[in-house]
Write a protein that binds this ligand. Structure first.
Ligand code: BGC
Length: 415
């Protein structure tokens, strides 16, 4: 062995020994299990591995994350929290109040998050003034997705009002086509409901009803009209909608088994993962009413864990998540847009560009609103109270009068 190679071998040994000592580890709880979601989270796994990290995957299937949140509760209660958890909105604060979240301010400050994140979103990531979560993206919830060939064949334009939506649906129904692909799960009912609240009531009404929980708004004639529209929409879904996963509803639109789906832009992740092209195979438009932007920001919170290896893993994950390269690649797969304001949208499609432009405009005119259905607006108890009524109404013949009464009472009791 020459001097040089002996030296190289020695340094290689030192490096391996050093990295083996603090080898970053992370057990990551998330609910990204559909085609598009899995492709997106794989980007984070790869980047983590490139930094020498070992990732233990803890996927808990179930759109909207209800099952994942139950799994999280069980783990934290047993004193064995995962390293990093997909967590959003007020739930971050709720877990912080339990005293179980780690402070990630060191990474946030080192990486200048305050300079690259919109202030409104940064607020969701802070607990008592320090950083406690890392944001991944901005999903828009109020989107309608449509099968382009079906629209063209039936002479239908993307509906701009709920009235237009209903007449398009009647036309499709008469032609033997299922107008609305829907999965009958409570969170999906809630997703449709909040877009109808926004579309029929407008941004101010949405805020009063679903953010401030104003009793007059909850009991108003406008809210009755929202439940009337929900009843009408119930007539546009197929017989097998009950319990269907959201991505299977997206597949119905993709495969020409249904015309429309009302769903956040993670649905676009599914279209893209299946090789479909926006504008050619499918069309996106804001939900009828065309005013306002319901945002849903995915983020990860780090839980307090023992062990230098896991703590190192948390630092690396937090850094990667908000890093510009991950923000681009992840969001190209996920259907969302980067949360960083300095990432170029050159590689993104027109739906994403529309999302970014609307977010900016709605941010300026007060109509950028947190999604209640996706855990951005309310604490768990209040959101749950609303969703219970929405789903009970959708799955029965409850009148709109009864629904608003139940809604107002359920909300009051949840406070
Ligand atoms: C999450 C998305 C996810 C969707 C379906 C939403 O609440 O924010 O990231 O793709 O649920 O599971």
């Amino acid at each position: 062995m020459t001097k040089m190679t002996a030296f190289a071998a020695l340094s290689a040994f030192a490096l391996t020994a050093g990295s083996a000592f603090a080898e970053p580890k992370a057990e990551v709880l998330h609910w990204w299990t559909s085609g598009g979601e899995a492709k997106a989270v794989a980007v984070l796994q790869q980047e983590f591995a490139q930094r020498g990290g070992t990732w233990t995957d803890m996927p808990v299937a179930g759109g909207g994350g209800d099952a994942a949140m139950s799994a999280l509760r069980a783990r934290v209660l047993s004193g064995n929290a995962p390293t990093a958890v997909q967590l959003k909105g007020p739930a971050i604060q709720e877990w912080y109040e339990e005293g179980v979240l780690a402070d990630i301010s060191d990474v946030a400050e080192e990486q200048h998050w305050a300079d690259v994140l919109p202030a409104r979103i940064a607020d969701h990531m802070k607990c008592d003034g320090h950083w406690c979560a890392a944001p991944v993206n901005v999903h828009r919830v109020n989107w309608v997705w449509a099968n382009k060939a079906i629209l063209d064949a039936n002479g239908i334009e993307m509906p701009k009002t709920w009235e237009e939506f209903n007449s398009a649906a009647e036309k499709l129904k008469a032609a033997g086509i299922t107008p609305l692909a829907h999965g009958g799960q409570a969170w999906q009912d809630a997703t449709v409901f909040e877009t109808v609240v926004l579309g029929l009531g407008g941004p101010e009404f949405y805020h009063k009803a679903l953010v401030e929980l104003d009793q007059d708004a909850l009991k108003s004639d406008t809210m009755k009209a929202v439940f009337d529209e929900m009843r009408t929409l119930r007539g546009y879904v197929d017989d097998n909608f009950s319990g269907r996963d959201w991505n299977l509803a997206t597949a119905m639109v993709m495969n020409g088994e249904a015309a429309f789906q009302i769903m956040g832009d993670w649905a676009k992740g599914e279209f893209l993962a299946a090789g479909k092209t926006p504008g050619a195979d499918f069309v996106c438009a804001p939900t009828p009413g065309d005013a306002g932007f319901l945002y849903n920001v995915d983020s990860f919170a780090m839980f307090k864990v023992d062990g230098a290896d896991k703590q190192e893993g948390q630092k690396i994950l937090a850094e990667l998540i908000v890093g510009p390269s991950f923000q681009e690649t992840f969001n190209l797969n996920k259907g969302s847009i980067p949360v960083r304001t300095d990432v170029s949208l050159d590689k993104f499609d027109d739906c994403a560009k529309m999302s970014a432009a609307d977010m900016k405009a709605d941010g300026e005119n007060g109509s950028l609103l947190p999604s209640y259905a996706h855990g951005m607006a309310l604490r768990g108890a209040q959101a749950g109270a609303i969703t219970d009524v929405v789903t009970a109404h959708f799955n029965s013949d409850m009148s709109s009068e009864e629904a608003v009464q139940q809604l107002a009472t359920a909300v009051a009791n949840s406070m």
